[in-house]
Design a protein around this ligand. Structure first.
Ligand code: VGL
Ligand code: ZN
Length: 194
């Protein structure tokens, strides 16, 4: 399938942060493999002047999603730490770049980049109708961001060659992909874009 990127398109890069990479606090197996393909998508969108949104998990140190504070996850992506920084090789363009922090207050978690953020307003302001989503983790923040976008009426393309999942239970990522498709998302690859 060939897709032409136009003014109604935006790229959303989900949570490509050190703590989600191998060796990090909440590692996604092969999470670092999304960086190279994402950089190619970023270049395509940036060259055309299309906006690129980078979501990040940005938790206080006593966040409710953490073990010991009522949650299931090891502490991760604590505000202003190394682990919360974007992967060093991720190309953060100077122009058309927007950082969306989520899960920022102690008592709320957010798997979706739309939850508790102004991402929807930013997209609407620019007349964006279609979003292309990649990053980590397929079975958590990618899934919830994609479904959030679908529920808000966006057409959503999932970058199949630029996502990786945690798979706490084997098959979680596959299930997540099937659910995103069922809800109306489309799988896309680098060579589909022209
Ligand atoms: C995520 C678990 C906890 C994610 C964030 O980015 O997918 N997963 N916090
Ligand atoms: Zn988190």
């Amino acid at each position: 399938m060939k897709l032409k990127i136009t003014d109604i398109d935006a790229l959303i890069v989900v949570d490509v942060q050190n703590d989600f990479m191998p060796g990090g606090a909440l590692p996604v197996p092969e999470g670092d493999k999304v960086v190279e393909p994402l950089n190619k998508y970023i270049e395509i969108f940036e060259k055309r002047g299309n906006p690129v949104y980078f979501t990040r998990d940005w938790h206080p140190e006593n966040h409710i999603s953490f073990k010991g504070y009522g949650g299931i996850w090891p502490p991760h992506c604590i505000q202003d730490t190394e682990g919360a920084k974007f992967h060093p090789d991720l190309k953060l363009p100077l122009d058309n770049k927007f950082i969306i922090s989520k899960g920022t207050s102690r008592d709320f978690d957010a798997y979706s980049g739309f939850q508790g953020t102004i991402l929807n307003e930013l997209l609407k302001e620019r007349g964006i109708k279609r979003v292309f989503v990649g990053g980590v983790a397929t079975d958590y923040c990618v899934k919830n961001t994609v479904i959030g976008a679908l529920n808000l009426g966006y057409q959503v393309f999932v970058l199949e060659d630029a996502i990786k999942g945690v798979d706490v239970n084997p098959g979680d990522s596959e299930k997540a992909i099937n659910l995103m498709l069922l809800k109306g998302a489309t799988l896309t690859h680098l060579n589909d874009l022209k």
